[in-house]
Design a protein around this ligand. Structure first.
Ligand code: SF4
Length: 360
């Protein structure tokens, strides 16, 4: 049942709407101009910088100070002079921002915004997995974790990676050393194929959105749109199977561009500026990215490979949730200092190896 969290009054501070909490998220507020003004006013009052992930609702992207991928946003957060970071994204992203900015207040508009990929391995499962090597008297394996993991899992990790540098990260590890790769099985399979490494052990995790962009569907869409390029974002579990299919020849490789979200925007702008680029592009990633692409290059016809590929967690950051967040200073993201410190080491080693790319 919906619980009322604030009452509507004539006070300008609450006129933007009445926030209601439901199982699916906070609702009850229309994202109109008054809402946007109120969001900006409250952000200033809180000395907050508003960061929105590329997969957020368009109105959240438009009201934010910065829109981008999770690692770029975390870096912006660390460099910002604002004392508060409002991270409009999913929980592990806000945690990563907190790990990199331990002295700042980090808020997420709805702490229930999780990630099925990050949830597919817990710190305890990872410890148990490591123990299967050491209990038998072997040397401890090196753990490589995709950036879509909780802070606790990062603390058990030797090196984090994004899909852009996953291959480089694994190559940086001595060839005779066992490597545990988690949690995304598709990215793991891609890395194993690229490195030819038999001692790479892969956790069987995946993202629920990925199931909506399956290989046959992607191949069918590519065949039905022979003039279109394919932009595939490998960072967000949802497209890592596409990365695998492009590599094994199932997809027409010359039309496939594996790009971070930032890379997609650059490629779109470049194509539009040259006017020689493709007129249509199939985009294999979470559908929120289309808003950024269409704004960057309105001349190009961007189409989702699967328009149902929408992350319900990302969409929990509603206009009502953001309003409540700024009004109440909630939900605050905390990472215990010891976990943050160990997790920070894994993230910093990732940044030091190869090109970390766009992050998720
Ligand atoms: S799209 Fe998948 S990997 Fe990305 S945040 Fe949502 S659940 Fe996680």
């Amino acid at each position: 049942m919906a619980a009322r969290a604030a009452a509507t009054t004539d006070d300008p501070a609450t006129r933007a709407g009445t926030v209601e909490r439901t199982e699916a998220g906070y609702v009850g507020v229309r994202a109109d101009a008054e809402w946007a003004r109120e969001i900006r006013r409250l952000a200033e009052e809180r000395d907050a910088v508003l960061l929105a992930h590329n997969y957020q609702l368009p109105e959240i992207q438009d009201v934010a100070d910065h829109t981008g991928d999770s690692l770029a946003l975390s870096r912006i957060a660390a460099e910002s002079r604002a004392s508060t970071i409002v991270f409009c994204g999913v929980h592990f992203m806000a945690e990563t921002a907190k790990i990199l900015s331990p002295d700042k207040t980090v808020l997420i508009p709805d702490e229930r915004a999780g990630c099925s990929l990050a949830d597919s391995i817990t710190a305890e499962q990872l410890r148990d997995w490591k123990a299967t090597f050491t209990d038998a008297g072997g040397t401890a394996p090196t753990v490589v974790s995709y950036v879509n993991t909780t802070a606790e899992v990062k603390a058990e990790t030797d090196i984090c990676c994004t899909s852009s540098n996953a291959v480089d990260v694994v190559r940086s590890i001595p060839a005779d050393q066992d490597v545990l790769f988690c949690p995304d099985q598709f990215l793991g399979a891609h890395v194993k194929r690229e490195t030819g490494r038999e001692n790479l052990h892969i956790w069987a995790g995946e993202c629920h959105v990925h199931a909506g962009i399956n290989g046959p569907e992607l191949a069918d869409r590519a065949a039905a749109n022979p003039e279109a390029d394919l932009f595939i974002h490998p960072e967000c579990g949802c497209a890592t199977s596409a990365l695998y299919l492009a590599g094994d020849g199932t997809l027409p490789q010359e039309r496939v561009k594996i790009l971070s979200t930032g890379g997609m925007l650059d490629a779109a702008r470049e194509s539009a500026a040259q006017q020689t680029g493709p007129h249509s592009v199939l985009v294999a990633t979470e559908v929120g990215m289309l808003h950024q692409l269409r704004s960057a290059a309105p001349e190009i016809d961007f189409r989702a490979v699967n328009d149902r590929a929408s992350c319900r967690y990302m969409k929990m950051i509603t206009p009502a949730a953001l309003l409540r967040c700024l009004r109440e200073g909630a939900d605050e993201v905390e990472v215990p200092a010891e976990i943050a410190e160990r997790g920070r080491g894994a993230v910093e080693r990732m940044v030091a190896i190869g090109r970390p790319g766009g992050g998720e």
